[in-house]
Design a protein around this ligand. Structure first.
Ligand code: C2O
Length: 538
């Protein structure tokens, strides 16, 4: 492989959307951030220099970081944040991965503006398992906030209320013509007739699952989370925050005299406030004569209703691995982990009025543990063998109430706070069964695991007891469906400390997160590498 160098300068930049200007944290002044294209086998070296007042880290979402957990990025898990005026070099090698991934800030809510695509091309001479596309186009869904996202979450954590929602969704940073004062900020995809385009879809929105569709065209899904799937055609894509999906779009053989909307809007079944607006972009056929462009009819796609769980489940159930040779099929000797994931509350501190449910504060948890970040990085404590006072190794394997396979268990009441981890011997096969719990209406939770891919083995549309052990797709994020179940398996063959969390930033901030500590194996090639000398200090 080649070594690829990148410079990420974290700096402020004024951006205007919806006639509203604000100063935002960016990488190299770009929004979305720079597109990064590399190849499988490459070594990636990114020098991140922090020129802003905010502390920051960068996470390479979906990159396995084999033995290089120091470069993974979640604040207080694998590193302390990069402080003002400081820099840190993220250095890692891409082993056995190709496809669409992305990078984003992993501290507070900075990822609202600090994110970009991370495209790994196959090794030279290795083709895609589908016809070579004429062009490849990253499509990043995001959210636009008129206010500072870090101030929004800080205020919500203070009052206990739900945070203010975004003003708009965006496609490649642009809200599109369905918002006020926004027509000029519309993403346009110019296409030629009779060609195949590979759209690399990335959901970088903070807090919303999205339905996406293009008027008058169906697409073929070929990849999710940088793993090939058995191709299938669909009009509707469901994409959760953190997830990536590659689709092939074949344009009509002759230019139809029309302009087509592509649009995305949320899928949500909770009762909380959300941004229920629609982002649209345009698909425009190149036509030789500009006169034929006049008075074109505008075609809009049909998107499912906001709470259409059947449409969501239908999409998820179609994802099947193209090959699953590495599937850890052995039944775990140590038994399964059973986690409840969902929203709860924590008591209101004395002398304060809280604005969460019934005067409490919103919290979120796994097995009723709301994860508290330590004051130093977990990975450092683990590496130095100094976990005392930093974390406890007693993350509960089971929920605090009996697990119920048929329905939603009782509402979570008060959660407990703690910095608890689950410790895994090297090479353990883990089976993890997760059930969605809820207050205020069930919501889906896009559960993301760092440093490891896993295989969702349970099909939420089928008998709850049935597991797909034949061709589950390999992923880094799985939606635990609203009021439902997900089960995953992974092999703990990557020594380090790996965060697992809901990729809705509001749930992450409320504590829906935990960490797996994977111990070193016996061989030198199975050990975590030593930390880089410029690792930030807390
Ligand atoms: Cu894309 Cu821990 O996140």
């Amino acid at each position: 492989g080649t070594t690829r160098h990148f410079n990420f300068d974290i700096r402020l930049r004024n951006m205007t959307r919806l006639c509203h200007t604000r100063s935002m944290v960016t990488v190299n002044g770009q929004f979305p951030g720079p597109k990064t294209v590399i190849r499988e086998g490459d070594r990636v070296v990114v020098n991140v220099v922090n020129h802003v007042q905010n502390n920051i880290t960068i996470h390479w979402h979906g990159i396995r970081q084999f033995r290089s957990g120091w470069a993974d990025g979640p604040a207080y898990v694998t590193q302390c944040p990069i402080q003002t005026g400081q820099s840190y070099v993220y250095s890692f090698t891409i082993v056995g991965q190709r496809g669409t991934l992305w990078w984003h800030a992993h501290h507070s809510w900075l990822r609202a503006t600090v994110y970009g695509s991370f495209v790994i091309l196959p090794k030279r001479g290795i083709p895609y398992p589908f016809p070579k596309p004429y062009k490849e186009v990253p499509i990043l869904f995001g959210e636009w906030f008129n206010e500072d996202p870090e101030a929004i979450i800080a205020q919500a954590l203070q009052t206990g209320a739900g945070p203010n929602v975004s003003e708009a969704y965006t496609i490649n940073g642009l809200p599109g013509p369905l918002y006020n004062c926004s027509t000029k900020d519309t993403f346009k995809l110019k296409v030629k007739p009779g060609k195949a385009y590979l759209l690399r879809l990335i959901n970088a929105a903070l807090n919303d699952d999205l339905f996406f569709s293009i008027a008058n065209l169906s697409v073929t899904v070929v990849e999710t989370d940088a793993n090939y799937v058995k191709p299938f055609d669909t009009d509707i894509i469901l994409i959760g925050p953190g997830e990536t999906t590659n689709v092939l779009l074949r344009t009509k053989p002759t230019s139809p005299n029309a302009t087509f909307f592509m649009a995305a809007r949320p899928y949500n079944t909770g009762l909380g406030t959300i941004d229920n607006t629609t982002v649209a972009g345009l698909l425009e056929y190149d036509s030789s004569s500009s006169t034929s462009r006049k008075k074109l009819p505008l075609l809009k796609p049909t998107l499912p209703a906001i709470n259409d769980t059947a449409a969501a489940a239908n999409f998820s159930s179609k994802l099947r691995s193209l090959a699953s040779t590495q599937f850890p099929a052995d039944v775990p000797r140590t038994g399964s982990f059973y986690f409840t994931v969902g929203l709860g509350t924590s008591p209101c501190p004395r002398n304060q009025t809280c604005q969460g449910p019934n005067g409490t504060k919103f919290a979120a948890s796994i097995n009723n543990v709301s994860f508290a970040f330590p004051s130093m990085a977990l990975l450092q404590a683990h590496y130095l063998g100094q976990s005392k006072g930093v974390y406890a190794a007693d993350f509960p394997r089971n929920p605090p109430f009996p697990f119920n396979y048929t329905g939603t268990p009782p509402n979570n009441t008060f959660v407990t706070n703690g910095t608890k981890v689950a410790v895994l011997p090297f090479n353990t096969t883990v089976e993890l069964v997760m059930q969605d719990t809820s207050i205020q209406g069930a919501e889906s939770h896009p559960l993301h695991l760092h440093g490891n891919n896993f295989y969702p083995t349970k099909d939420p549309t089928k008998d709850p007891a049935k597991f797909n052990l034949l061709d589950p797709v390999e992923r880094n994020t799985v939606g635990v469906p609203s009021g439902g179940w997900a089960a995953i398996r992974f092999r703990a063959d990557n020594p380090g400390v790996w965060l697992m969390h809901c990729h809705f930033d509001v749930h992450l901030s409320w504590g829906l997160r935990m960490a797996w500590v994977v111990n070193d194996g016996p061989l030198p090639s199975q050990k975590l590498l030593p930390p880089p000398s410029d690792l930030p200090k807390c």
